[in-house]
Design a protein around this ligand. Structure first.
Ligand SMILES: [Zn+2]
Length: 308
């Protein structure tokens, strides 16, 4: 009765913005169907090859379940980004390269995206287990997405993908000093934020995002407990083993320490590593107590600078 009375709008993905005259082609392998506009076949080939190589060589760290993903290469965007999503299971790469090499590194843009995004493909494929799989059967891919996001924190999804960048290439954010700056600045300023603040952010103070937090927590786990540590933890979590807080229960099971101790140890580990290497550098201090994020400076008529 409730379903009959409720009225909701549903929509599938939007793939607008391309002129109908574009001729779309595809390259297929067992891991991926790369869909791309005619004219960028060498880039599409490269993406298909990188993905296939990663598929064959990184399963031991996340699991060997595999479902072919549709991957669309978009060339007519001004945004440089990409995503992987369920409902339907697909990925899009926006191929305009990122402008700041200090922030994401200087790998060819399509390689960078293939390495990072394919890890999300592997995550979703391997998190389709246990109760998450039951949700998939009853409610489709959106059901799995709901179950996965209820138990696997977003810091893991992104931290694991960023770790993979560094693990399989000679670049990746884990190799870039810029990526550690947010946490190093907090540590240098003596800030001791609670877990809730680090996890959820703040409207008042600067708090690093879940990519930075996730990388530290994931990298520590790989370093201390082995390459298959997160495969075991996330398999248990996505299966809802123990039903309540399965991710936290799995951390306890495979490390012998509780979740609070695990994340404290992880952050302390990196903090003490940087304390050793930080000698000789000078922190830039400011008299302002307020944090501002200044972007897009524009010189205006009276000679002052306007920031967004
Ligand atoms: Zn990501």
């Amino acid at each position: 009765m409730i379903f009959m009375l409720s009225c909701i709008f549903t929509n599938a993905q939007e793939f607008g913005g391309n002129p109908p005259s574009i001729k779309w082609l595809q390259i297929n392998s067992k891991a991926v169907r790369v869909i791309f506009p005619a004219g960028i076949d060498s880039e599409a080939n490269r993406v298909a090859n990188v993905v296939s190589y990663l598929n064959d060589n990184t399963q031991q760290t996340i699991g060997n379940k595999q479902k072919k993903v549709n991957l669309v290469l978009q060339t007519l965007t001004t945004i440089s980004n990409a995503y992987v999503s369920l409902g339907p299971f697909r990925s899009e790469f926006f191929l305009t390269p990122f402008q700041n090499s200090f922030e994401l590194g200087s790998l060819p843009w399509a390689d960078q995206l293939a390495i990072h995004e394919f890890r999300h493909v592997q995550q979703y494929n391997n998190f389709n287990v246990g109760l998450s799989h039951a949700m998939h059967i009853f409610f489709g891919q959106e059901g799995q997405a709901l179950a996965n996001n209820a138990v696997v924190p977003n810091w893991f999804f992104e931290g694991d993908a960023v770790f993979n960048e560094t693990n399989v290439s000679r670049q990746g954010r884990g190799s870039l000093p810029y990526f550690y700056n947010p946490y190093r600045s907090l540590w240098q300023a003596g800030k001791k934020y609670s877990w809730m603040k680090l996890r959820n952010g703040s409207y008042k103070d600067f708090v690093p995002d879940h990519y930075a937090l996730g990388y530290l927590l994931v990298a520590y786990g790989r370093e201390k407990y082995g390459d298959d540590f997160w495969k075991k933890v996330t398999h248990d979590a996505a299966s809802f083993k123990g039903l309540f807080y399965p991710f936290q229960v799995a951390i306890k099971k495979y490390t012998g320490k509780n979740y609070i101790a695990y994340r404290n140890d992880a952050l302390t580990y990196f903090k003490s590593r940087f304390a050793k290497t930080g000698n000789g550098t000078t922190a830039v201090t400011t008299s302002s107590k307020k944090f501002t994020d200044e972007e897009y400076p524009v010189l205006i008529e009276d000679g002052s600078i306007l920031f967004v």
